[in-house]
Design a protein around this ligand. Structure first.
Ligand code: FAD
Length: 450
């Protein structure tokens, strides 16, 4: 017979864990957490590479040092997580062309300023409405064409939109970003949280309420309850479900809903873009790149936008690790995911040789995460169109009967971030508690009427 509980939480990423914790703390402890993969953490994921622990997913605690305190920074402080400050602002002064020359800082600064102005203008035009020709007194924003313009356009739009429009993370929590550089991994924050309500021993979660390798494939929902069916044929019943899977998974056909989700929900889910963000790690026998104070980030300018553009060395995080990281996004991420790692290594080495000359050594190892092709992720994080209707967001978040939604994509202010996922989980947990309380009151009333 199917196992029965009050609430089933689908997904054990940071939002699923924080939602479960809220429920457990309020005494709702007959919960079941169903996680498709063999670990908790979701998009917070470490892996041993080249002798150190690298973060394939979230790597930074973004938004520190401001007027409000970032809750994830608080968790990190409690856990004594080892981090180091990242300063991207110098990246624009370390832009290499294909012959290995660094663009003079004046040229870089000028191009940067023009790109920011142009992006701001584009945004204003969008806000004014696309087709209102009469109000467009300003010139149309210019399109980047040269390698340096393309490189700057890439870092501006795919990394630091903060210079173009205010981003709540930085406005609320501050502008500093800390790279997690801890052998225990970023996910140790999740284990700490889980420990407070799940039975653990020696750092392992042994609580039967957390079930790993349970891929939810079907959700039957009605006015009276929910039935969840997993890929291995197990059936679970509950009064409520909290669904914490990513926006990419919601857009895919991994989980079928019976009855289907209403049209307003489906339309909202379709409208949210999925960003793919890929950090490729390369291990070298020795260090050949500059690693002074303002050299952590560097940029490669190529005539193809986003082609191995954004680089970071890991000497600050792990001195002597001899690791470089290059970040690709969207179409370049998908392209690289579809080819073999050997092909990617050849491409990356050609780029590094353009920058540092032909005599540098070959990389001895490469790690290419595949967030796009992972059927439990289907991308890296949500990206709401800049001019998006608030309705889209509200509809993505709104419950459908007994099915509640959480995850970074349901965080209005902080979507796309770890703290977004964390706060969304708390929010959804509280909303569900309120609904449970209301249902109890309704039942009481009905009983007293009888
Ligand atoms: P997830 O972590 O995706 O959790 C959802 C869980 O549901 C997963 O464990 C998944 O396996 C599971 N699941 C999916 N389908 C099913 C199913 N059918 N049945 C059961 N379980 C299922 N944020 C930052 O703050 N700083 C950063 O530097 C940063 N960098 C990032 C870099 C990359 C490459 C990526 C991928 C993300 C990055 N993020 C960053 C974003 C951050 O990682 C996410 O916002 C956050 O971890 C999302 O948490 P979540 O709980 O919403 O989702």
């Amino acid at each position: 017979s199917p196992s029965r509980s009050s609430v089933i939480i689908v997904g054990a990423g940071i939002s699923g864990i924080s939602a479960s914790k809220v429920l457990a703390e309020k005494g709702v402890d007959d919960i079941i957490i169903l996680e498709a993969s063999d670990r908790i953490g979701g998009r917070i994921r470490k892996e041993q590479f080249g002798g150190v622990s690298v973060e394939l997913g979230a790597g930074w605690i973004a938004g520190v040092g401001g007027r409000e305190s970032n809750p994830v920074w608080e968790l990190a402080t409690e856990a004594g997580l080892r981090t180091c400050l990242s300063d991207y602002s110098n990246a624009r002064y370390n832009i290499y062309d294909r012959s290995g020359k660094i663009f003079p800082s004046g040229i870089a600064a000028d191009s940067y300023k023009r790109a920011v102005d142009s992006a701001i203008q584009k945004l204003r035009n969008q806000e004014d409405g696309h087709d209102d020709v009469t109000s467009k007194i300003m010139e149309p924003p210019s399109t980047p064409k040269t390698p340096i313009e393309l490189a700057i356009d890439f870092i501006l739009h795919d990394f630091e939109m903060a210079e173009v429009e205010p981003i709540s993370t930085y406005v609320d929590f501050g502008e500093r970003e800390f790279l997690v550089a801890d052998q225990r991994g970023y996910d140790c924050l999740l284990y700490k949280m889980a420990e407070s309500f799940l039975f653990t021993s020696e750092g392992r979660i042994l609580d039967g309420r957390l079930q790993l390798n349970k891929v939810v494939r079907e959700l039957q929902h009605s006015r009276t309850g929910i039935r969840v069916i997993t890929e291995d044929g197990c059936v679970y019943e509950a009064n409520y479900v909290i669904l914490s899977v990513s926006i990419g998974v919601l857009q895919s056909d991994l989980i079928s809903f019976n009855p289907p989700l209403p049209r307003w929900k489906m339309e909202a889910i379709e409208k949210c873009d999925v960003m793919v963000y890929t950090k490729i790690f390369l291990k070298f026998p020795y260090k050949f790149w500059p690693s002074g104070p303002e050299k952590e980030f560097f940029i490669y300018a190529h005539e193809r936008r986003g082609y191995y553009t954004f680089w970071q060395h890991m000497e600050n995080a792990y001195p002597g690790s001899n690791i470089l990281v290059v970040t690709l996004t969207n179409e370049e991420s998908k392209r690289v995911e579809a080819q073999s790692d050997e092909e990617t290594l050849i491409e990356a080495m050609a780029v590094i040789r353009d920058m540092f000359g032909p005599n540098i050594p070959d990389a001895i190892d490469i790690l290419v995460p595949r967030w796009w092709n992972n059927r439990f992720q289907r991308g890296s994080y949500s990206n709401y169109p800049i001019i998006s209707n608030l309705n889209v967001f509200h509809n993505i978040k709104a419950p459908v009967g007994r099915v509640f939604f959480t995850g970074e994509h349901t965080s209005e202010r902080f979507n796309g971030y770890v703290h977004g996922g964390y706060l969304a989980g708390i929010d959804t947990g509280k909303a569900l508690l309120e609904e449970m309380w209301k249902e109890k009151e309704r039942k009481k009333e009905n009983q007293s009427l009888l």
